[in-house]
Design a protein around this ligand. Structure first.
Ligand SMILES: [Zn+2]
Length: 204
């Protein structure tokens, strides 16, 4: 039964029945049961799984995204990365894998090269230059724009090296949540409880 537990990673031999699969054989590689030790880890690990669920079809496969998911679980298990930055970096990879890639090198409206930007178009998914109209998007600090670009460009394996201020993390959370809500049929729910609890603590 351990192999059917939450977050378990292993090799599964499945038998396809008429409408369901039966697990015939399992070899567990890593159970990740340590992630169940606190609310934050459970919530973020569930959130990453939920993102996969809402963005992909049943039986669809994406090897690269799978490797990012397992890497994220190892980072969380060993507590060697900022869990919020890890989630943001995973969101960016998920969006890229499912056909939504941020344009952060050129203005998304006119194509002019930009070194940074203080406005992101959520509709088109990219930075806007000072000469173009700012509609259907949100203002962003230069720090958050640059952080988004850095997280998009760097190898996922190096995410643990990144540190960001609480303000920049909050901005990235808002930009990416808005983009995810806009692009997928369902909105992820896993982080809402945690954000609610954090909000309660902050406002106390
Ligand atoms: Zn422009």
């Amino acid at each position: 039964m351990a192999a059917s537990q939450l977050f378990c990673y292993g090799e599964y031999v499945l038998y396809k029945g008429k409408s369901l699969y039966t697990v015939n054989e399992v070899q567990i590689t890593e159970s990740f049961q340590g992630l169940l030790k606190d609310l934050e880890h459970i919530t973020y690990a569930s959130y990453l799984c939920e993102l996969i669920q809402i963005s992909m079809q049943d039986e669809e496969s994406d090897r690269s995204l799978f490797v990012h998911l397992i890497s994220a679980f190892y980072f969380m298990k060993n507590e060697i990365a900022d869990i919020e930055i890890l989630a943001r970096a995973f969101e960016i990879r998920l969006l890229e894998s499912t056909g939504f890639c941020f344009e952060l090198e050129r203005c998304i409206a006119c194509g002019k090269k930009i070194s940074t930007s203080d406005y992101i178009s959520c509709q088109y998914g990219g930075g806007i230059c000072p000469d173009c109209a700012r509609v259907n998007g949100r203002p962003v600090s230069y720090a958050a724009f640059n952080a988004l670009r850095a997280l998009s460009k760097m190898s996922f394996q190096n995410i643990y090296r990144v540190t960001l201020s609480a303000e920049v993390k909050e901005e990235l959370y808002k930009i990416l949540s808005a983009t995810i809500s806009q692009n997928y049929f369902k909105k992820p729910k896993s982080l809402e409880t945690l954000n609610y609890l954090k909000g309660v603590i902050v406002n106390e």
